[in-house]
Design a protein around this ligand. Structure first.
Ligand code: GTP
Ligand code: MG
Length: 471
């Protein structure tokens, strides 16, 4: 296809020249081929063009449940890649984003297929062999399971850094979205937009832990601003109710939108057995250590928020910035938080047996670990220390930074992965190993089912009301 025709086909895009010095070659071709292309780029007697959509264009969107990528479109792209080589097509998938939302429209009637071939430009769909290759590549590279975790909690408690720390501690094979911002302005009201994480950010990657390909979604969220003057003994709890309620509403809206996606998938006549799991399997609720300290436990805001969040998903309370608190003090703060959880009957059931009825029994049981089912429950709330970015070296382009899993103080070093310093390793183990399946099962069998029943009752109620009104 000549440039004129290509411009015509890509008319919604802008063609731009890429400076050769900005091109990094991936070693996907044979050594000779790679050498040949590198020499061409070195000599500078080639021109490389790229088509792009300007950022402000309404045509830009991130693949999502509502706007998935049609397989017919991928067929067109990947068959082009396959003409170069299978490895090139593989690298194309590995180095691009948005693969968790696909729509198989191959068998749909041609008029319903989402991607129409430009037949006037001689564009042809993949042949049967290419389709087979495309299917085998997608099977090889795309995730078998999805694990989603929402990171919520106090503002400035280290939520965003927690995500980066997890990313740097897991053995990551492939990064889908390094820092992909999803459309969440509508979800979180203005009062939360002051925090450093103004939008819901999502990173997706595949940890290389086993043969199963797990797509891990860590969803960051804006922080819950805790007023400085707050004190849990204050009587005027109502002052904080609005703030707590609007935060709960924002998180709930997001969690329920994921349940809705599952319900929609389940209601299809022809259900996709390999439909992705949209649910949020756990919410890490980060409490800022200094706030816990000044309040001697949970704030009234936390009590409202935790009570409501525990009704819709698995919640795991954690104390962030544990490096700023002495060991003895930290252990006291943990007890105070658990005491509040039990006293206010907040049903934190993750990692432990359901609480018994009597408050005194609950308190003593939980504090003594008598009704806990395992070593993880005894660590609740998990104490977290995050890594941080440090200057690595300086070159002509400036200072190159790197992520370190330690925090240095004049008196010593706090290490993220040292179990004597914090519970990060144990939390990781529970979240992504030991309790992975259980978190999923509870989400589907308890929280999603409760939400679904409620939803169906609401629908039935409104149908009955409509009928009665008509009669
Ligand atoms: N001492 C200490 N500081 C931390 C830790 N984690 C994060 N910080 C610092 O706390 C500040 C806020 O960290 P973030 O990760 O942006 O916190 P956040 O909860 O995402 O903040 P918002 O998005 O504004 O709610 C940064 O200066 C971090 O370097 C930690 O484990 N220990
Ligand atoms: Mg943040």
């Amino acid at each position: 296809m000549d440039l004129k025709n290509l411009d015509y086909r890509e008319k919604d895009y802008i063609r731009t020249k890429i400076e050769l010095k900005n091109i990094t070659l991936l070693e996907v071709e044979s050594k000779e081929n790679f050498q040949e292309i590198r020499d061409l780029l070195k000599k500078g007697n080639v021109i490389v063009w790229a088509y792009y959509i300007p950022e402000e264009s309404p045509l830009i969107h991130t693949p999502s449940f509502n706007i998935p990528i049609p397989l017919t479109y991928l067929d067109c792209i990947l068959s082009g890649c396959l003409k170069i080589s299978k490895n090139f097509a593989r690298q194309f998938i590995l180095n691009t984003e948005g693969w968790s939302h696909l729509l198989d429209d191959r068998t749909a009637h041609p008029s319903l297929q989402k991607y129409a071939l430009a037949l006037d430009l001689n564009e042809r769909g993949p042949c049967i062999h290419q389709k087979r290759d495309i299917d085998s590549l997608l099977k090889e590279l795309l995730a078998d399971f999805v694990e989603s975790r929402l990171i919520a909690g106090h503002t400035n408690s280290g939520k965003s850094n927690f995500i980066k720390t997890i990313y740097h501690t897991l053995d990551v094979k492939k990064l889908h979205f390094p820092e992909n911002v999803e459309e969440s302005e509508d979800i979180f009201p203005d009062e939360f937009i002051t925090s450093c994480t103004p939008l819901l950010a999502k990173i997706e990657f595949l940890p290389a832990t086993s043969n199963e390909k797990i797509l891990l979604k860590l969803i960051d969220s804006p922080g819950l601003p805790i007023p400085v003057a707050i004190n849990k003994r204050l009587k005027n709890k109502e002052d904080f109710t609005d703030l707590a309620n609007s935060y709960v509403l924002a998180v709930t809206k997001f969690v329920e939108s994921q349940y809705e996606a599952t319900l929609l998938e389940e209601s299809k006549v022809k259900r996709n057995a390999k439909a992705p799991d949209y649910q949020i399997h756990a919410c890490i609720y980060l409490l800022d250590a200094s706030v816990v300290e000044s309040c001697g436990g949970l704030t009234p805001i936390d009590r409202i928020v935790l009570t409501k969040l525990t009704q819709i998903l698995n919640v795991i309370p954690c104390i962030g910035k544990a490096d700023l608190i002495s060991t003895k003090h930290l252990s006291n703060l943990k007890k105070l938080v658990m005491k509040d959880i039990v006293h206010h009957q907040i049903p934190i059931q993750t990692f432990q047996e359901p609480l018994s009825d009597s408050e005194d029994d609950e308190l003593s049981d939980t504090l003594q670990g008598a009704n806990t089912s395992n070593e993880y429950a005894e660590l609740l709330p998990f104490a977290i220390i995050n890594g941080e970015e440090e200057d690595f070296f300086e070159n002509n382009d400036g200072v190159v930074k790197r992520w370190t899993l330690e925090r240095n103080f004049p008196w010593g070093t706090a290490s993220v992965e040292n179990p004597e310093h914090c519970d990060f390793v144990k939390l990781n183990e529970a979240l992504f190993g030991t309790f992975c399946q259980e978190l999923k099962d509870i989400t589907r069998e308890v929280y999603y089912e409760q939400w679904r029943t409620q939803k169906l009752l609401e629908v039935r109620g409104s149908v009955i009301n409509d009928t009665m009104n008509k009669n």
